[in-house]
Design a protein around this ligand. Structure first.
Ligand SMILES: Nc1ncnc2c1ncn2[C@@H]1O[C@H](COP(=O)(O)OP(=O)(O)O)[C@@H](O)[C@H]1O
Ligand SMILES: [Mg+2]
Length: 259
């Protein structure tokens, strides 16, 4: 479903992504791990089109996408939930999720659907899809709640619901469990497992190796913009290069829940 070949992207002298190749088959939940600055978020931005590569190719479902605009990639079914919470304050959960419909509505700005009478029919379609996405994320009860008043765990689920409203075929999750503990962390894991069981292809960035091993089929380990290991969670946990580069040197800043 996703085929990345020799991808390169620098910022000044920093080679954030330095020749990464990897491929993710349909239906897989692939984890992407590595220390801070390894290039995980940059790789995501290259896949969504928010950044352009200097070299290399990205194919989605056999089609080259590395020069496409982000909106075109979203229409093909690539969705992302960002590392920091991006929600519209003052809008309800349902309205926040409706924004995710931009990938399939004919209107460039979904906001138009909230205001102009001729968009009423479109609005009801969007509302229906958004309600279903909220339900998938276990948030029906909070449909009318303002997004900013939800606890962090629910805000993270809400970001996922918004992505689901875009009918994604590939979902990129950038540290969705950061800052979550205990029950909230377990609930998020259960939501990812649910989406996985439904066959959604996902790429998950997450620092907590325990969390990763519970949900991921395979793990790709990045360090300094390169792939240093790839395999099942068990294989990767035993890989000496991984232990040296990552597991052996987890700093306070990398610790689960620190951000
Ligand atoms: N917009 C940017 N401008 C300059 N440097 C950046 C930018 N984005 C990322 N970098 C640098 O690229 C490297 C990889 O960053 P990033 O992809 O955010 O890593 P990760 O998500 O694995 O922590 C880091 O050295 C970071 O400082
Ligand atoms: Mg990052």
């Amino acid at each position: 479903m996703l085929q990345i070949d020799q991808l390169m992207r620098s910022f000044g002298k920093v080679r954030a992504v330095d020749g990464i190749s990897m491929s993710v088959p349909p239906g897989e939940l692939r984890a992407l791990i590595g220390p801070n600055g390894a290039g995980k978020s940059t790789l995501f931005s290259l896949v969504t089109g928010h950044l352009q590569p200097e070299q290399g190719t990205i194919a989605f479902d056999g089609r080259r996408i590395e020069r496409m605009r982000p909106a075109a990639r979203a229409r093909l079914g690539i969705a992302i939930t960002f590392q920091s919470v991006h929600l519209f304050q003052g809008m309800t959960s349902l309205e926040n999720v409706m924004v995710g419909a931009h990938s399939w509505t004919r209107h460039e700005f979904v906001e138009a659907a909230f205001r102009l009478p001729r968009h009423f029919r479109e609005e009801s379609r969007i509302r229906e899809r958004a309600r279903a996405a909220l339900a998938e994320a276990g948030l029906e009860r909070w449909a009318a709640t303002r997004a900013e008043s939800l606890p962090l765990g629910k805000q993270r689920a809400l970001q996922i619901a918004r992505a689901l409203c875009g009918n994604p075929r590939l979902l990129l999750l950038d540290e969705p469990a950061a800052g979550l503990r205990g029950e909230e962390r377990r609930e998020l894991g259960a939501l990812l497992a649910d989406l996985h069981a439904q066959g959604l292809t996902m790429l998950l960035v997450e620092h907590d190796i325990g969390f990763v091993c519970d949900v991921a089929d395979r793990v790709t380990v990045l360090d300094m913009g390169r792939v240093i290991a790839e395999g099942t969670p068990e294989q990767v946990r035993e890989d000496e290069a991984v232990v040296a580069a990552y597991l052996g040197s987890v700093t306070a800043d990398d610790a689960p829940g620190s951000r």
